[in-house]
Ligand binder design. Sequence first.
Ligand code: MG
Length: 374
Amino acid sequence: MPFSSPHTDAVAERELALLAPYAMFSALSAGRKFSEPSHPYRGPFQRDRDRIVHSTAYRRLSGKTQVFTREMGDFHRTRLTHTHEVASVSRTIGRALRLNEDLVEALALMHDLGHPPFGHAGEDVLHECTKDHGGFSHNRQALRIVEIIEQRYPDFPGLNLSFEVLAGQQSRVVKRGAAQRPILEVQVVDAADSIAYDTHDVDDALQLGLLTHEELAEVPLWRQATDRVRARYQGLDDGELRRATLHELIDWQIGDMLAAAMRRLEAGNIDCLAAVCEAPLIVAFEPELTELKNELEKFLYDRVYRNPLVVASRRIAQDQLRAMFHGYCKRPEKMPESFQTRVAEYGLERSVCDYLAGMTDRFCQQEFQRFFAA
Ligand code: MG
């Protein structure tokens, strides 16, 4: 019953006053797998957001690699600070489009929850090790975490999140060929993820000395953003120029995307959730900016993600993770009891994979040294 207390009435009233007709309203939520009474003063998506923030998997994001490992420095992004940047950009866009900010924030804070230690390098190894047992993807793992692995409430397994949050994450798993578009709150988080990583990976690479301003001047997106900054300010040093260009890049991408989204909403007469799901993608950049972003991403791939320092630290981590997967499969008694008891239900390989995927980078290295180092 969405309107069962004066407080939920207050949530509904606030949303009616603030949200656009194409937003996801709390009163329209399909609810949760295990039904729960409504909360006296928090709406359903606000509760989802809070449950994610209080989960173990969320805290562990602080010890997980985004792109650059801990050995490379102390100041670059971790999976957690990336998540915060995505949530911040998502809320900015969500508010400007008058969407459900609580839902946007819950989706953003959850979007990378399933990453294993060492980012995509770790993901590739876990997928390779489990390829005959269903494989591994961080997007699917986020769903396993919030539906099965987190044990925080006596009444149900997982976090019992609203169906809309689960569906949003599910749409990240089956992106291509999906029959319907996801709701706008989900589309916003996808775009914000791209805005955040395209910008902060350049920032981190510059600060770590993996790139120079001169090399970046080859990239039209960066060059145009720098030109705009230079037209406004004279005599900036490299650090000032880097920071101002990054702000310019974020503003540029958000502004472009908002203008494009508003134009599509108007042109398509989008006035309800059903219309959003039937329409082509609404929250997306204009084609010119998409092209510029693709060029930047190709440059980052060649010059940063495949930088010898980054590749070397990836390889060591991957060898360790692979040895640990096979090691725990041979000696499952080395896992905590809570994971050993899951073997009967989920199988040995999946249980080992769940255990490894939940580790922070440091804990993973420590357990490798403890049990599996030659
Ligand atoms: Mg992300």
